[in-house]
Design a protein around this ligand. Structure first.
Ligand code: GAP
Length: 451
């Protein structure tokens, strides 16, 4: 599982192995269970990875729930009554086609192969295609028999549908309204890969938006536009994103129409998020299977109906990888071949640290003390790093590599007049700012559209 990147070529699109190596070296992402040889499809997130994940989740939650009147939050269990998956169709239809190589015994996802009958590893003949259900199963309680079988959820959406009536009864929402949830999902993918792109344990950011039957087309388009706007707002470049409508043959069993927001990853243009028109499939299925009425009485029209659902569903790991890939750059900073810096050009609000504070030199107690006091003043308001190792140039490079937008150096002038240098990650320019103005400066930059 050790990552050994080939050297990146300046000016070329970033290589996935360079990004994965940086992610491991700097504490964003580690292979899970690494000391035991890893476990395919599972990853652990280090100190900076957790910070980036939290920043992404916070931005999504703010945009989808806190900034709106018409969406509320939910946190449902990961393991649900197995009847949920029976009713939703997952027990029967949540499958991928699988084929085994008859020579080397490797297993492949059959719809993802360059040639349908030939093993991509050894060229051997592939066997018959079988359907493989990708839900992870477990047992609830001490007896591991069939009656105790349950599943780890493969999507957070069903937890929302089965709580539709609870949320309606306990909040004052009226259609159209949405229920949003962030949480872990699990899929026993036949093949995993491309770093954290396709994994077996991941986190979803999903929202089910309930609308009047017949209003679905307009709300579907509305949510495609909203979601595209969100990806731009977190700093993804416009030309890295495309919207692709599903062909009828690709549609999930519940969908009338789906559009994917896709990102140009180093390994190809792939799905970040799907926006599906799920019709009234799920609420009707749960009404039929549970016997509970999941219809809605519309006071305005005097009609009772089963709402239709528009679902924007994104994956946190894909958002994480897209933000990393879009931000990653290797740049020549001077005439010598060795003058290269690696920089993560995160939008400042996504950066794990907003600022880093350094004393100009480490061995002068008065500089250290003053720098420490500035650091402690900023830290409650902004995620702030401290660094006193090496020289200032090395500290800049180190902060560039983790995407810290602003580096503050405390020097002898600070002791005399209270000003510090603020060095900008992207322009590499320095400006002198009074220490009392730092917080306002960072707040105003974070509020800019690119902030
Ligand atoms: N509730 C609808 C649903 O789950 P999906 O397209 O299967 O739809 C939604 O999943 C999003 O979840 C995807 O767009 C992707 O970002 C993420 N996702 C799905 N499977 C994944 C996997 N194996 N690894 C990482 N992310 C995954």
């Amino acid at each position: 599982m050790a990552v050994s990147p080939k050297p990146a070529v300046l000016g070329e699109p970033p290589r996935l192995d360079s990004i994965a190596a940086l992610a491991k070296r700097r504490g964003f992402v580690y292979p899970s269970s690494e000391i035991y040889g890893g476990l395919n499809g599972f990853w652990d997130y280090g100190p900076l990875g957790v910070a980036l994940r939290n920043n992404l989740k916070r931005a999504w939650w703010y945009s989808m729930v806190e900034s709106r009147d018409d969406v509320v939050g939910l946190d449902s269990a990961i393991i649900l009554n197995p009847a949920v998956w029976q009713a939703s169709g997952h027990t029967q239809r949540f499958t991928d086609p699988m084929a085994d190589c008859q020579e080397c015994r490797r297993r492949w996802r059959a719809d993802d192969l360059p040639s349908p009958d030939v093993c991509p590893a050894c060229g051997g003949q592939l066997g018959e295609v079988r359907q493989f259900n990708t839900m992870f199963s477990t047992h609830v309680g001490p007896v591991a028999d069939e009656s105790a079988r349950a599943f780890l959820r493969p999507e957070t959406a069903q937890g929302i549908f089965i709580n539709f009536a609870n949320v309606l009864d306990s909040s004052r929402q009226k259609i159209p309204f949405g229920i949003a949830q962030i949480g872990r999902s699990f899929r026993n993918e036949i093949t995993t890969g491309n770093f954290i792109f396709r994994v077996r344990e991941f986190e979803q950011l999903e929202m089910e938006y309930f609308v009047r039957p017949g209003d679905d087309d307009r709300w579907w388009q509305y949510w495609i536009d909203q979601r595209l706007g969100w990806w731009h707002a977190i700093g993804i470049r416009e030309d890295s994103l495309t919207v692709r409508r599903h062909e009828p043959s690709e549609l999930s069993h519940y969908s009338k129409q789906t559009a994917d927001i896709e990102f140009r990853f180093p390994f190809g243009v792939k799905e970040l998020e799907g926006i599906a028109d799920r019709t009234d499939f799920d609420l009707k299925a749960h009404t039929a299977a549970s016997g509970r009425d999941l219809t809605y009485f519309d006071e305005e029209s005097g009609q009772r109906y089963t709402p239709w659902v528009i679902e924007p569903a994104a994956g946190l790991e894909r958002a994480f990888l897209a933000v990393l890939c879009d931000a990653y750059a290797e740049e020549q900073t001077g005439p010598k071949p060795s003058e290269i810096r690696t920089v993560l050009r995160f939008a400042p609000r996504m950066a794990p640290y907003k600022a880093a504070v350094f004393p100009l030199v480490a061995n002068k107690p008065e500089l250290h003390q003053r720098a420490r006091s500035i650091y402690e003043t900023l830290r409650p308001q902004f995620a702030t790093a401290w660094d006193q190792r090496g020289n200032v140039g090395k500290r800049y490079r180190s902060q560039d590599e983790i995407g810290t937008p602003w580096c503050i150096t405390v020097d002898y002038q600070t002791l005399e007049e209270g000003t510090v240098t603020v060095r900008d990650r992207d322009t590499m320019q320095q400006e002198r700012v009074h220490e009392s103005e730092l917080a306002d400066l960072f707040l105003s930059r974070l509020r800019e559209p690119s902030g």
